[in-house]
Design a protein around this ligand. Sequence first.
Ligand code: RUQ
Ligand code: CUA
Length: 670
Amino acid sequence: MRILKSRSFWLGAIVVAGGALTFGCNRATATTGDLVGGDAASRVYVKPGEKDELYAFLSGGFSGQVSVYGLPSGRMLKVIPVFSQNAENGWGYNEESKPMLNTTYGFVPWDDTHHTELSQTDGVPDGRWLFINGNNTPRIARIDLTRFETDEIIQIPNAAGGHASPFSTPDSKYVVSATRFSVPIPNTDMPIADYKKGFKGTLSFITADQPGKMDVAFQILMPGYDYDLGHAGKGPSDGWFFFTSYNSEQANTKLETNASQNDKDYIAAVNWKRAEACVAEGKAKTAPAEYVHNYMDEKSRSAKSETKTSVKMLDPRDCAGIVYFLPTPKSPHGVDIDPSGEYIVAGGKLATVIPVHSFTKLSKAIADKAFEKEIDGIPVLKYGSVMAGEVQKPGLGPLHTEFDGKGYAYTSMFISSEVVKWKLGTWEVVDRAPTYYSIGHLMIPGGDSKKPYGKYLLAMNKITKDRYLPTGPEMAQSAQLFDISGDRMKLLLDFPTIGEPHYAQAIPASLIKDKQVKYYKLAESTHPYITKAESEGGITRTGKQVHIKMIAIRSHFAPDNIEGVTLGDTVYFHVTNLEQDWDILHGFAVLGATNSELILNPGETKTLKWVPTRPGVYPFYCTDFCSALHQEMQGYLRVSAAGSNVALSANISPKAQAQMAKATAGGAGK
Ligand code: RUQ
Ligand code: CUA
């Protein structure tokens, strides 16, 4: 969507949207009666103590995170940090999670998350994992839905702008990532004017079905266009993947006009089963590529990073039949496959129709070799030979389409600011509903899968303007929930969101809620600095490093008085939450820390690194209101001048003291 934000486009968009809004409202009055009809409140009302029907996962856009909402209430349940440091719970600040943000560019504590993708079994979301892409430093993350925590992040090499990502095959064997920006591959110093000659695109297939083992299975080298979005085939089209591209003009400046010249751009249809076979036959070249893979070690709940050094690169010239181009009007954005797997729907941002391709026709055109030409080893099919139909006069600026499983498709119209419902097969528009304002993505629970859950539609709007109490120049982005169970869409609810949600997915709560991890078992933890009992806490010194093993339990820390730290030391607080009970958390913060607090799940050990800068006495305390005596949950650490002879000590048990003495005697000493 960023591409749309050029000034003249916005101006145009707003002028047109303004016009369309009046039009939209009139239309709505004519067809759907009151926008928020009489029973809307009861349709979204979830009584105190009762639970929502669905979990909805909204990408955070430039917040770099994922937020979780209950539907239909629109109540926010959690923010899951992914690519952005999150001081609220120490993600990316504590020592255990920092490695999750490692890349070949170093520690990258931010990204732009766009598309949530639930793992699937046989083309239906199964509630095991949620994948999300990082756009800026191309990455894909896996969130484990028994914990609602990010457990794995893989960087995508030979890529710039991981936008067409992380769409999944129907069995989640692979998730994909296509480069949005073409760049020299491998990236190297080159004049930008050499774009047409030297810049390339890549499509990456990442193995995803084994937690902790994501890897780049292979990449496909593509012409230097911009690759935008993708979706896997299913049913008859299982084994195929579809990616939109724009800028077939291969412009490298002022894309707004220069990449809008051609009447049609392309959808790349990728036969990934054939690509797999070519890789197995040794037709891929091993290309050097550095990328980082980070994952949470299951037992220590500490992240590990590894750097990989090569990928298998397939050139379509070396493996005939892996990619075909489907001409598609005009600068297409979304590409969405209907539940049957037959229809391939494109959202041509600048097109006046919604073009739909047919997989049956595509297969036949390939068999008949109905090719127009070939580009870099990729046959271009004839538009007429693959087109199933066009939705006429749908509105302006089609972006994304989802399906209700009852034969209808719903397309978001950015410029005319509305959702348009149309019928698969006849391509007739049957309903439209205005959105407030300028909708980007829309989501129907399961609406990109083989079995849509239907019932609701969530519009995610880019501009909020006058919908809420004003909050200065920036307003929260806004989501709108529609009831789509009847013939007409009915607006039920507006709610503000975090960051800028692009895509979202939702799934029946029953698939997730009973599988939750309630606490981590102390006995099973392999964290090297875990303190499993109060008697085992202690303090040790190794050169200039001081390690404090500490426990937190209602309502104290042990040890809670520490002396012998001197200026020049680096202190590591390894705090273990001894609680073995659901939702009993403690926090830890120390005066003058330059990172953030720790928030400790029950049974978990986390580490805060702290470098004191002045002698003095430093209090630490629990930040999570855990008990009636939470406010008493505090302690002190004394820092002395460098070279001082204050003995290293902590008020700990005799047993721990003996162990500490042994460790210090065996260590490097001061
Ligand atoms: S996207 S609506 Cu269309 Cu990544 Cu943003
Ligand atoms: Cu522990 Cu508050």
